[in-house]
Design a protein around this ligand. Structure first.
Ligand code: FAD
Ligand code: SF4
Length: 508
């Protein structure tokens, strides 16, 4: 071989130009590494999902006639480091050229760039051929700014791709149909079951145990639920389009006890590993909508497409615009340790108990559970964004830093001071009650504001506003709520703050 081409665990893109023709002088390398299992404490389903998908990808490459070197954790155990293994392979094979795809995580990008600077070997960088926009897109389109609006970004992507456009105008006369996406399902509503697989991953689990890889959460080793090949990823997409997309937008923000994915696509893992591309997903959904306009309405398709070509591309752009500083931002100076119950779901707040237990069971929670339950609570109680980040980065099967961090530190914790969100996403218990049935069986009373049985979200909400009054007073989107608090009588304020203080004192 003269050429080595490194395929990272989140670069499983069978449609990449690298794989379109066989080259005898090229060796593809895939590595299971301790640096990847250990850079944070991951959910067991996440580690298994990545390794299983990598193994399937390597097998598919071999079947297609490519040369592949796949090293399992057993073979790489003597060093955690990616670059150490690259050096070893380069020296044993004697290759003169290294091909790399741009990593999506700053951590790995920097590691490879720093390493390259010390090499005499010829290194060629390639695009990952996955995203619709460039890393530098915010700078290219809007220049330097302290904050960026997703909505304008999204409109540019719509214009660039022509998705849901008609003669340069948005189809249906509106860019965004979000207001129609706030329905709560009736109690009798029957949700379709999520599509799951039953892949046997016992050998992988046994390997992780042998190497004492520290993980969290649970899994059934003979019934792995997540897609770990392109074929399975396409099955998830097909199931979503046929059974879930017709209601996707309607119930996007709803939370129902016992239902873990409802009408959500569960495509994030397949997308983030690149087993399927955003373009493919969006075009498949658009095709179905064009074929069955009576079944899939414009608000459903627009809502779904916005998540992929809007939010997903936007958060990646924010990440590359603001890293590495972004990872240290803590605009509200929050320092509290994340409560222990985030790791074992042992709490009597039912919304948190359900959302965390579900995350431990399935390595998944949908957007509103992440944002308005676990994220909302961490923000209201003033948790350290670094600890909040570490939890989200570990627990979800789809968590890769480029997408996790702007969502967590930015959108959910407001630690970036408003780069991603124009105001903090916080609410009292009433929002959770409106959007879910969690409060029905909670030991706290969502209607009570103070007293030992009062829903903690109610007093924490005002405690949060009070703590940050100076900052919020100046934020036009928070000023009204800040004024409301200022106008409250002293006794009401005292009782709310006291209840919050008492609650926070016994947290952990
Ligand atoms: P669906 O609801 O079916 O949405 C379709 C797709 O749209 C998703 O698969 C995803 O690719 C994309 N999408 C939707 N919302 C977002 C968003 N805000 N940012 C980026 N892409 C989005 N998503 C991740 O992929 N990885 C993460 O680590 C991650 N961490 C998050 C942390 C917090 C605190 C919050 C609030 C959100 C986070 N998200 C993350 C975004 C979102 O919650 C998940 O993408 C979504 O829940 C995945 O489930 P799904 O595939 O069923 O999504
Ligand atoms: Fe959550 Fe409060 Fe409702 Fe309990 S009452 S489920 S703590 S919002």
């Amino acid at each position: 071989f003269t050429q080595l081409a490194l395929v990272l665990g989140d670069q499983l893109n069978a449609k990449h130009s690298w794989f379109q023709e066989r080259q005898n002088e090229r060796l593809f390398v895939l590595l299971e590494l301790r640096q990847e299992t250990d850079y944070c404490r991951h959910h067991i389903q996440k580690v298994v999902g990545f390794f299983a998908a990598m193994r399937n990808f390597a097998n598919a490459l071999v079947k297609a006639g490519h040369h592949v070197l796949y090293l399992t954790l057993d073979a790489t155990a003597h060093s955690p480091s990616l670059t150490t293994h690259l050096e070893e392979i380069i020296s044993t094979t004697g290759v003169r050229e290294l091909h790399l795809q741009q990593p999506d995580e700053y951590r790995v990008d920097k590691q490879l760039q720093d390493w390259q600077a010390q090499q005499s070997l010829a290194v060629t960088w390639f695009d990952s051929e996955h995203f619709l926009t460039e890393r530098s897109v915010l700078q290219d389109w809007f220049g330097d700014k302290p904050s960026y609006l997703m909505e304008y970004f999204y409109r540019r992507v719509r214009k660039q791709t022509g998705y849901l456009m008609e003669q340069g105008k948005p189809l249906g006369g509106k860019w965004n149909f979000d207001k129609e996406n706030r329905k709560t399902p009736a109690q009798s509503h029957q949700f379709p079951p999520p599509i799951t697989f039953a892949t046997d991953v016992s050998a992988l689990v046994e390997m992780l145990q042998r190497h004492q890889v520290k993980t969290m959460g649970t899994l059934n080793p003979t019934q792995f639920l997540w897609p770990v090949s392109r074929r399975q990823s396409l099955e998830v997409l097909d199931y979503f389009i046929t059974h879930l997309l017709p209601y996707f937008g309607d119930y996007q923000d709803a939370m129902v006890q016992g239902q873990w994915s409802m009408y959500h696509s569960r495509l994030s893992f397949a997308l983030n590993t690149k087993m399927v591309s955003p373009r493919y997903v969006v075009e498949a959904a658009l095709h179905a909508w064009q074929q069955y306009p009576n079944k899939i309405s414009l608000n459903q398709i627009e809502g779904f497409i916005r998540q992929i070509i809007g939010w997903r591309e936007f958060v990646r752009a924010v990440y590359w615009q603001f890293m590495p500083d972004y990872q240290h931002l803590n605009a509200l100076d929050h320092q509290r340790p994340l409560p222990d119950f985030y790791w074992d779901a042992k709490t009597d707040m039912n919304c948190l108990q359900q959302s965390i237990q579900q995350s431990l069971d399935y390595a998944y929670a949908h957007h509103i559970q992440r944002l308005m339950v676990t994220g909302n609570f961490a923000l209201l109680s003033g948790c350290d964004p670094a600890q909040v980040d570490a939890w989200y980065l570990g627990i979800y099967i789809d968590a890769l830093e480029w997408v996790e961090m702007p969502n967590t530190r930015g959108m959910s914790q407001f630690a970036d001071g408003g780069i991603v969100a124009t105001k903090p996403y916080v609410s009292s218990g009433s929002y959770i009650q409106k959007m879910s049935n969690y409060c029905d069986t909670c030991s706290y009373d969502v209607k009570q504001k103070t007293g030992p049985r009062s829903c903690p979200f109610n007093s924490l909400y005002w405690h949060f506003i009070d703590r940050h009054m100076e900052q919020f007073d100046k934020n036009p989107r928070m000023a009204l709520i800040a004024k409301q608090w200022q106008r409250r009588d002293a006794e009401t304020k005292r009782a709310l703050l006291e209840r919050a203080e008492q609650f926070l004192a016994q947290l952990n």
